[in-house]
Design a protein around this ligand. Structure first.
Ligand code: ZN
Length: 273
């Protein structure tokens, strides 16, 4: 199989290429062929080099703040050369609020300074070979988990004040909790009541009080996703999926990976909804 060919380029005037060189080396370590154009390239030069070198992907790096004009110009120059099929990804010092603008201008993805090079490499692999994509975006919020000391005491608010319908109550032995599901639109509230002092939910309530405990995302292919997250260095609480409530396979991402939010991955078991 042909190696993935990546052009790494630094448009604009900033004179530092340490970051670009680190990225180039990281992609080589992932088995890619990397062509680095060097500093201070114009969008025309970058598009020309990409076509000449027949690359699969262009990676643009910018620290100068000129990404808003220079990244879209590279895309324009590719279009002029009938090479708009070459995807462009960008990285460097780029404020989050600029990302929607850049995507609108045809940049495939932006990796801000906190992103790991492994994540970038895996993204490029999937971009070049979409069949290798195992991690699609989560389908929806499966439920919002709320820690309560007593489901019986919490229920009047949900069923009477909010008027939601109780779907069912079940025990999840692996978590030492009793859970109640209330449907709201396409998603649910999951009330979690601890069944012992050793339950993680009891520890949560002792520390923080009752309240929102986690957000569950509905995913497919949870196994492959966990493998992918491990490869990307995402901190996980569960490296293996385990049986969860509501006929699902679940695993938790560590809150340290998600700005303090506890996310559950939840895959409905086939045959259930
Ligand atoms: Zn849950």
């Amino acid at each position: 199989m042909r190696k993935i060919r990546v052009l790494i380029a630094k448009p604009g005037l900033d004179g530092h290429d340490r970051g670009a060189l680190i990225i180039a080396q990281a992609l080589r370590d992932h088995g890619m062929e990397v062509i680095y154009t060097g500093l201070r390239q114009t969008p025309v030069q970058i598009a020309q080099a990409a076509v000449q070198e027949d690359v699969d992907v262009i990676g643009l790096s910018s620290l100068s703040g000129a990404h808003r004009s220079l990244f879209p110009k590279v895309v324009e120059e590719l279009v002029k050369r009938n090479a708009s099929d070459i995807p462009v990804v960008g990285g460097g010092v780029i404020p989050t609020e600029d990302i929607p603008f850049l995507k609108e201008k045809g940049i495939d993805q932006i990796f801000t300074s906190g992103s790991s090079t492994d994540v970038l490499a895996n993204y490029i692999k999937q971009l070049v070979d979409p069949d290798s994509t195992v991690v699609k975006k989560p389908a929806k919020i499966a439920h919002i988990g709320i820690a309560v000391q007593s489901i019986d005491q919490a229920m009047p608010f949900y069923s009477h004040t909010l008027g939601l319908e109780l779907e069912g109550v079940e025990t999840v032995d692996s978590e030492d909790v009793k859970v109640a599901f209330l449907k709201i639109g396409e998603t649910r509230f999951e009330l979690l009541e601890p069944l012992s002092v050793n339950s993680a939910i009891q520890k949560f309530i002792d520390k923080k009080g009752e309240g929102i405990h986690h957000i569950a995302l509905e995913v497919d292919n949870i196994k492959a996703r966990l493998e992918q997250y491990k490869a990307d260095g995402v901190k996980l609480i569960n490296e293996q999926a385990k049986p969860g409530a509501h006929n699902s396979e679940i695993a938790f991402i560590h809150p340290k990976a998600a700005g303090g939010v506890l996310f559950e991955l939840s895959q409905p078991v086939k045959g259930s909804e």
